[in-house]
Design a protein around this ligand. Structure first.
Ligand code: A2P
Length: 286
């Protein structure tokens, strides 16, 4: 059982790599000064795990903040992701090179396939997935990616990937919060030793008005954000809260001086649908 005592406690991935139990999310954080300032604020607040993606368009600024922070590379855990246009063997390898250049890094700690089934590859899904994952495995073997995984994969997509995989994904990063616990995906991840990372752990900001959450938060003298992030950790997930405000960035680290009761966990577990559901990856038009 992982200790939940501080931001830099770690989960062990299925390849033995340690990953800090809370990551700083940068989805929807605009490139430039905003991304730079917020990543710098996060590193100052003690986060050592930063999550970005080629598709977020902010790898340059994230990399600059990392470099200017003065935090030693070996103390950081950096994730980026392969975007849809870059699936396929050669394209995958080239895409990581581009991301590394933008980030100003020699390696990432975790490289994820961002989306399982891009619209443009639906006719050729199985072959492209096999080719893409083969390239990911080679990037892993070369240590340019210290761990590899996926994002937004449902069990049917993982079944296809695992048909030809030599390396089991270390992580599946999914939309995961009280509004959508993605039970089926989480159970599949668990059964295969894949860590469930939670993007949009605060429901992209849509959970703040929910009265039951406000009541629980008041009871612990914490904010709704803190309660929901703590709930994520107590479920064994790895939350990736995003904020561009230094005070909130800091607030979202203060998760270790309280523990939600079993009854409150159960109440929050039961909030399905209050703030939207995960997209069906096969139905989106990108
Ligand atoms: P902002 O970036 O303006 O601070 P998620 O992590 O689920 O994607 O949610 C992110 C959203 O929640 C963003 O709109 C962010 O706004 C907001 N947010 C993040 N942390 C807090 C907090 N502690 N209190 C209030 N809003 C927050």
């Amino acid at each position: 059982m992982t200790e939940l005592t501080k931001l830099t406690d770690t989960y062990s991935l299925n390849n033995g790599t340690k990953i800090p139990i809370v990551g700083f999310g940068t989805w929807q954080t605009p490139d430039g000064q905003v991304a730079y300032d917020s990543v710098l604020a996060a590193l100052k607040a003690g986060y050592r795990h930063i999550d970005t993606a080629a598709a977020y368009g902010n790898e340059d600024s994230v990399g600059k903040a990392i470099s200017d922070s003065g935090v030693a590379r070996e103390d950081l855990f950096v994730t980026t992701k392969l975007w849809n246009a870059d699936h396929g063997y050669e394209a995958t390898k080239a895409a990581l090179e581009t991301s590394l250049q933008k980030l100003g890094l020699d390696y990432v700690d975790l490289y994820l396939i961002h989306w399982p089934n891009p619209a443009a590859m639906r006719d050729n899904f199985e072959q492209l997935t096999a080719d893409t994952w083969k390239a990911m495995e080679e990037l892993y073997a070369s240590r340019k990616a210290r761990a590899i995984g996926v994002s937004n994969f449902r069990p049917k997509h993982l079944d296809v990937l695992l048909k030809t995989a030599k390396v089991v994904p270390a992580v599946n990063q999914i939309f995961l919060n009280p509004s959508d616990m993605e039970d089926e995906v989480v159970a599949y991840n668990e059964a295969h030793g894949i860590l469930s990372e939670a993007y949009s752990p605060l429901g992209t900001g849509k959970i703040f008005g929910i009265p039951e959450l406000k009541t629980i938060a008041a009871k612990y003298n914490k904010s709704v954000a803190q309660v929901v992030l703590r709930w994520s950790l107590q479920n064994g997930f790895l939350p990736l809260p995003k904020s561009v405000h230094a005070d909130r960035i800091e607030q979202n680290t203060e998760l270790f001086d309280f523990e939600l009761s079993a009854a409150d966990m159960e109440t929050i577990d039961g909030m399905h649908g209050v703030a939207g559901l995960a997209n069906d990856p096969d139905q989106v038009n990108f």
